[in-house]
Design a protein around this ligand. Structure first.
Ligand SMILES: [Zn+2]
Ligand SMILES: [Zn+2]
Length: 207
């Protein structure tokens, strides 16, 4: 996954790269909270051209990863189709302020700005691995959902509400309405008699 700077002209050139799970595992730092496996290889579909000394890259990252739904906890396949557009300036003699940026510039020939829309390049080869990883990690949802309308798990009994109707939902046990519903005839006559007997015994001091 690299661009050869000398091959680029003012006319956009199309590139396509593919990277699988083995690449992905080496690309993501272990402390990062990202899925370890790709469900499908990532595909980079790019066009790149020169604008004077600058290099303009645009295109899309396609892929799919297995995520866990934040509501129902099921694993699902999350599809990505993330646009990307950035302009790279030659770094020249400049040194990135942060050590990570300086390291990336030396290693990849590419140092990215905060917003992934600009950066610096150095040398004749630009490695696109870190850029791809950044695009993917920013594109992943903070709260993944298997589908927008996923009803999630029942907060009372834990049933998956997409496939089961447990009945807890109509009268949530912990709500004040549940207590009211019980007072308004939710109890059986036997319950009531039992309660009365206990009260009477209490009054007589038998308990
Ligand atoms: Zn779900
Ligand atoms: Zn339930």
């Amino acid at each position: 996954m690299k661009l050869l700077v000398d091959r680029l002209t003012t006319t956009p050139t199309a590139f396509e790269f593919e990277a699988g799970s083995s690449w992905w595992r080496t690309a993501i730092p272990s402390q990062q909270d990202l899925p370890r496996e790709l469900a499908e290889p990532l595909r980079l579909v790019l066009r790149a051209h020169r604008m004077g000394e600058d290099i303009c890259i645009e295109g899309e990252v396609h892929g799919s990863l297995e995520l866990e739904c934040g509501r129902c906890l099921a694993r699902y396949r999350h599809r990505l189709r993330e646009p990307l557009r950035l302009v790279l300036e030659p770094a020249g003699d400049r040194v990135p302020a942060d050590p990570e940026g300086a390291e990336a510039l030396a290693r990849d020939g590419l140092c990215l700005g905060e917003d992934l829309e600009a950066g610096w390049y150095r040398g004749s080869e630009i490695q696109l691995g870190s850029l791809t990883r950044e695009v993917v990690s920013l594109a992943l949802p903070v709260k993944p959902l298997c589908r927008e309308e996923c009803p999630g798990l029942c907060p009372v009994c834990g049933s998956d509400l997409a496939t089961e109707s447990c009945g807890c939902r109509e009268v949530p046990v912990h709500s004040p309405f549940a207590a009211l519903a019980a007072l308004r005839g939710g109890r059986t006559d036997a319950d009531r008699q039992g309660a009365t007997k206990v009260r009477k015994r209490k009054q007589r001091g038998e308990t």
